[in-house]
Design a binder for this molecule. Structure first.
Ligand SMILES: [Zn+2]
Length: 248
C-alpha cells in the first residue's frame, strides 16, 4: 500500500537523520520503518528442521493453475509475501499433518492438495515443509500473498497454554516479520482471513469461505505477545490494523 502524505513527510525527516536506509524502503503511517534493513533478521532465525513435502513440477503446475483460476494470474511463485496466516492442524501429531500435506490430495474438488510452509510441533520443534518462494494452498483468498504456519493442536486455547509451542510459533513468526518486512497487523489467524485487505477470490462461491482456527480474540493475544517480542528485539511493528468489511 502507498504511504500517506503524513508518513511521507515523516519519512523525509527520518531519511535525513538516517542516511543508512534504502531509498525505496516502504514506510508505515506511524513513520515506522518496516523495510529499512536496520534489523538483522538472520540473528532472529530459529532452529528449523527441514522436512520437505514433495512439490515437484506437477504440483507446481497445479498451483499455478489454481492461482490462475482463483487470483487471475498463472504462477506458483510466492513473491514478496505480505501476510502470515496462523493455523492449527486439528490433530494431535506432526506426522499425520505432514502426511496429509505430502499426499497432495484433491480438496474442495481441486488440485493441488493443501499444505503449509511450516508446522510447529507441540514441543516447539519447528519444521519447514515448503520453500518460501513457493505458494502453498492453506488459506482461500490469500495463497498468493501469505506464508502458512500450522501448529499441531485442536484449539487456539490449547496452544496458547502450551508454552514451548507458543513461544516457537512466535519466534518463527517474528523472524518472518523481520525477514520480509511484514507488518504485525498482517499476522492473522485463519479465521480472520476474510477481513484481510489482501484477501481476494475470483470464485463467488468461495469468496466467503474461511475456517475457525485462530479466532480474532485469540489472535489479539498472539499479536500482543508478538509485538512485545518485536519491541524487545528491535523489529518494526508497523501501523495499527486496517480490517476490511468482507460483506460476508
Ligand atoms: Zn487453517
Amino acid at each position: 500500500m502507498l504511504p500517506s502524505r503524513r508518513a511521507v513527510r515523516a519519512w523525509v525527516v527520518i531519511a535525513c537523520a538516517l542516511a543508512v536506509v534504502a531509498v525505496d524502503a516502504p514506510i508505515s503511517d506511524g513513520a515506522t520503518l518496516v523495510r529499512a534493513g536496520v534489523v538483522d533478521a538472520g540473528s532472529l532465525q530459529p532452529r528449523i528442521v527441514w522436512k520437505k513435502i514433495p512439490f515437484g513440477s506437477k504440483r507446481k503446475r497445479q498451483m499455478a493453475a489454481y492461482s490462475k483460476r482463483h487470483y487471475g494470474e498463472r504462477s506458483y511463485v510466492l513473491d514478496d509475501p505480505k501476510v502470515i496466516v496462523e493455523h492449527y492442524t486439528d490433530g494431535d501429531s506432526f506426522q499425520s499433518a505432514w502426511n496429509y500435506f505430502a499426499a497432495n490430495v484433491r480438496h474442495l474438488g481441486e488440485m493441488p492438495g493443501v499444505c503449509s510452509h511450516f508446522i510447529v510441533d507441540t514441543d516447539g520443534t519447528t519444521y519447514q515443509l515448503v520453500n518460501l518462494k513457493i505458494r502453498c494452498r492453506h488459506t482461500i483468498g490469500l495463497n498468493d500473498s501469505a506464508i502458512g504456519i500450522e501448529m499441531v493442536g485442536t484449539s487456539d486455547a490449547q496452544i496458547l497454554h502450551r508454552k514451548p509451542q507458543l513461544r516457537a510459533a512466535l519466534k518463527l513468526t517474528l523472524w518472518l516479520v523481520a525477514r520480509f518486512g511484514i507488518e504485525v497487523r498482517n499476522v492473522i489467524g485463519h479465521a480472520e482471513s476474510l477481513r484481510s485487505p489482501y484477501h481476494h477470490e475470483l470464485y463467488a462461491s468461495w469468496r466467503c469461505m474461511t475456517h475457525s482456527d485462530w479466532l480474532h480474540p485469540d489472535m489479539q493475544i498472539f499479536r500482543r505477545k508478538l509485538r512485545r517480542m518485536a519491541r524487545a528485539n528491535g523489529v518494526p511493528i508497523g501501523p495499527k490494523p486496517a480490517w476490511v468489511d468482507s460483506g460476508c
